[in-house]
Ligand binder design. Sequence first.
Ligand code: ZN
Length: 295
Amino acid sequence: MIVDCHVHSLGVEKVDAILKGMDKAGIDRAVIFSPYPSPYMGREERIIPKTMAGVTRHLEFSYPNVTSEKQREAVEFIAGIQREAPDRVIGFIWLEPRLKDAVQILEWAVTSKELKGVKMIPDHWYPYDEFMYPIYRKAEELNIPILFHSGILYGFKDSSRFCRPVNYEVLLSFPNLRFALAHVSWPWVDECIALWGRFRAALEEIEGERKEVQMFIDATPGTPLIYRKDALQKVMAFGAEDYIMFGTDCTAGRLEYGKYHVERDLAILRQVIGVPKDTVDKFLGRNALRFLGLK
Ligand SMILES: [Zn+2]
């Protein structure tokens, strides 16, 4: 079972092309984010250059003039795709948390539209800002995971400072919230792994039932190839092999490129680092299913 935990939609894709790409790449299930609800939503050519394996795309998102209507439209789009292929597509809302009714929209997206999680990119807001707390509480209540961008951000102007891994330490206050940091937070890989260690330590401080660390690591590049072996090896050596997840950052219409991501990571894990097959299976799919609450 291969699960791609990190796929973008632009609001233009058709389910047939998505599934065809997944089949070519050997990807069984894909977490696909709704488009960001910018005024440019649905215009493929405007936003993202073509996906190439191993190349970090440039984004042009995050506008102050996002509206609740656009946000709902974005949810409807990905919910429609998910409805057509519920066994393959796992729809996430890419939420603009600065919307006044962000919490209500989130609840609607999950309870009425059956989306399975949230994606967010901090941009001129910090994950520890207090206005975020109601969103975290709602996600806990709905039992859905949040996948955050973390790491340097090409294309958002001066945004990288909002995306440092330690900014997410505040989530210790929301112990029932499962979350993941994308891109192994490159270039702050060590900081990302240290933060995971912080959450592992927190687990030991909490009394009660929970045995799972609430933080997962999304291995989507991010990491330029020369850093990748190092990053994955450190994650494994630090004991996070049950919490690292495969992802591509492909756009949903070009998931066939996922094939190269699978091949590259298999080669690094099996031939370069030399982890057992069981570890590869966790990385490629089983960890993501736990993150998603599907297993
Ligand atoms: Zn992404």
